[in-house]
Design a protein around this ligand. Structure first.
Ligand code: CU
Length: 315
């Protein structure tokens, strides 16, 4: 038994050269929202103790705050963001882009952690992996953990930047796209699309089925993120596809299923107050003549998406 364990240790040591112990993030996966980054420093530069650590924050990670560390001086660099983000309802346009801890001593034989918190913007939902390049400094040398994978090449990097994989929010945090019943109506898959910066309008899509014996009518609605909510149709006039408002609303006959989709009937969010970001869920209240006001969670898909964001049909 003892021999087997010893053999296992020897094998591990043989295939794991010291360079494999990179500076990494403790939690390598996160969803858009709050994130606590713990940078793990497993060794010095060669045998030298670590005396400084500088991390660069990627665009899309905003409202960053470093955790001070006893025995280390803390410095930050603040830069304007490439776009505005929203943190707890407030717009933020600049923030920490670089954090440095310096002046401490972390012996090569010891291990330590450097911590900061921040917000992962919803626009990173489809980003895959994002990177936090780190420069580890020692008395005379440094380790630059700044390499990022290049498309088309594979294989291990000698000094990879700490990576964070952005994953979809946990199902509990994102209301399931289960259909909503209101009166004799069943409303399924409400969704919209991410909007480019400066966009003033966005379309909303869903499927309504009337299982009752009387017609109902979708008349309009309201949403906090838009000035007005209208019902529109697309129509071809003189060979040109245009859209127009349906002031009388949209009738859903008994037994009928009406699909509101890109290029067809749609809900129109007019006068957007905030952009819609992929991965987000926004609340919209639709007004039906008989079913009344129905609050729905619209899931926001990718820019220019043609269909509802994935994951709806898990039966
Ligand atoms: Cu429209």
């Amino acid at each position: 038994m003892k021999h087997a364990i010893l053999a296992g240790l020897l094998v591990t040591a043989a295939i794991a050269p010291p360079a494999v112990a990179h500076v990494t993030l403790e939690r390598g996966e996160a969803s858009p929202g709050s994130y606590k980054a713990v940078l793990r420093v497993p060794h010095g530069c060669g045998r030298e103790p670590t005396t400084g650590l500088t991390v660069t924050i990627p665009e899309g990670v905003h409202s960053v705050k470093p955790q001070p560390k006893p025995g280390w001086a803390l410095a930050t660099r603040v830069r304007p963001y490439q776009r505005a983000y929203v943190n707890h309802g407030r717009e933020v346009r600049e923030g920490v882009s670089e954090i440095s801890w310096s002046g401490g001593t972390l012996p090569n034989e010891h291990y330590d952690e450097f911590v900061f918190v921040g917000q992962i913007d919803a626009s990173l939902a489809g980003a895959g992996r994002i990177f936090f390049p780190v420069v580890q400094t020692c008395a005379t040398g440094e380790n630059r953990w700044v390499e990022v994978p290049v498309a088309g090449s594979s294989g291990p990097l000698a000094a990879p930047a700490p990576a964070l994989r952005i994953v979809a929010a946990a199902p509990a945090a994102q209301p399931a796209a289960a259909s909503v019943r209101a009166g004799s109506l069943t409303i399924a898959q409400p969704w919209s699309r991410a909007t480019p910066g400066g966009a003033r309008v966005a379309g909303g899509y869903l499927t309504v089925t009337n299982t009752g014996a009387a017609p109902d009518r979708l008349m309009g609605g309201s949403a906090a993120f838009a000035e007005r909510v209208e019902i529109h149709e697309m129509a071809t006039r003189d060979g040109v596809m245009t859209m127009r408002a349906l002031p009388a609303g949209l009738t859903i006959a008994p037994g009928q299923t009406v699909e509101l989709k890109p290029g067809g009937l749609h809900v129109m969010f007019m006068g957007l107050r905030t952009p819609l970001a992929e991965g987000q869920t926004v609340k919209v209240t639709l007004d039906f003549e008989k079913a009344g006001k129905v609050e729905l969670d619209f899931r926001i898909g990718g820019l220019g998406g043609r269909a509802a964001p994935g994951g709806e049909h898990h039966h």
